[in-house]
Design a binder for this molecule. Sequence first.
Ligand code: FES
Ligand SMILES: [Fe+2]
Length: 344
Amino acid sequence: MTGDPIRRPLDDVWYCVGESRRFRPGRLSAVTLGEEAIVVGRAETGALFALRDRCPHRGMALSAGRLVEGNLVCPFHGWQFRPDGQCAAIPALARRDDADFTTVRLPRFAVAEVSDLVWIAAGPNPQAAPPIPEVDFPYCGMLVEILEVEASFDLVALSFVDPAHVAYVHDSWWWRPSKTLKEKVKHFAPSPFGFTMTSHTAKTASVVYRLLGAVPQVEIEFRLPGVRLERITAGRKRIANYTFASPLGQGRTALINAMYWNVPALNLLKPIARPLMRQFLGQDRDVLQIAQKGLDRKPAMVLMGESDVQSQWYFSLKREFLRAREAGSAFVNPLASRELRWRS
Ligand code: FES
Ligand SMILES: [Fe+2]
């Protein structure tokens, strides 16, 4: 890991750690976020908690333990912790032993559940963080795929705002039937903690868009730390295709794709859609892993022309976020509305 904060994933912001249904009532799960190992528990009441997955006694992974009457029990010597991290009991203490276990406390992480995904804040102060994305319509189906990529957080996040890779990396018949590059004109406006490609009519009808039966409007928002929100509207039909990057530490990043829809017929396509989504994400993973090796040898990138302006914006937003955090002041979006042209 480099010492330059612009190269590191942001602290104190929310990251997606998986689907809600993965976290079952009465069970514990191990989650990695950046360099932090976290135990996530869900009480029988449904409430989630997230604590450092390291028993202060001898370092045991608490995720290997159990939830007993709402408390986390370490599997090594049975120390008990409340969901707020406070040590609640040390069973080995004799009655006359006055060792004060109330001084023992596990670091706690903020955890939230939004649109059937679980988010954890990597840091103690997520109040000023970019908001967790929500789905703004009642959905009747969703599909989530998560891939692990051996590439930096930045490289994965940049792939969300990189129009020039699509023709080369995602050249599947069902997504991009035509191989010829066409000139595109897109309008962008700043949005909270990012920018939005304002709604346009999708002319190059990919098979996915044509399934909606009408000419869809598409809006794509990017937001820190690594969140891409594609909103597709065709009359009353809605699809939200959300993509997130979450840091896994040691140069690895989770690439998460969550798709939601309000069209019941699309539920039937889920068995077909899942392998296609995996293939699509796998195309990104494969190319990102190889590019990362080149960046490991020499980290500099040459960003050129308007097809790379969104990549420049990513770093501008991140730099401003770090500046605001450092100065203790509010984030001020450094971007202005602008038209971009490229061939893709
Ligand atoms: S290591 Fe957890 S109780 Fe001893
Ligand atoms: Fe991609």
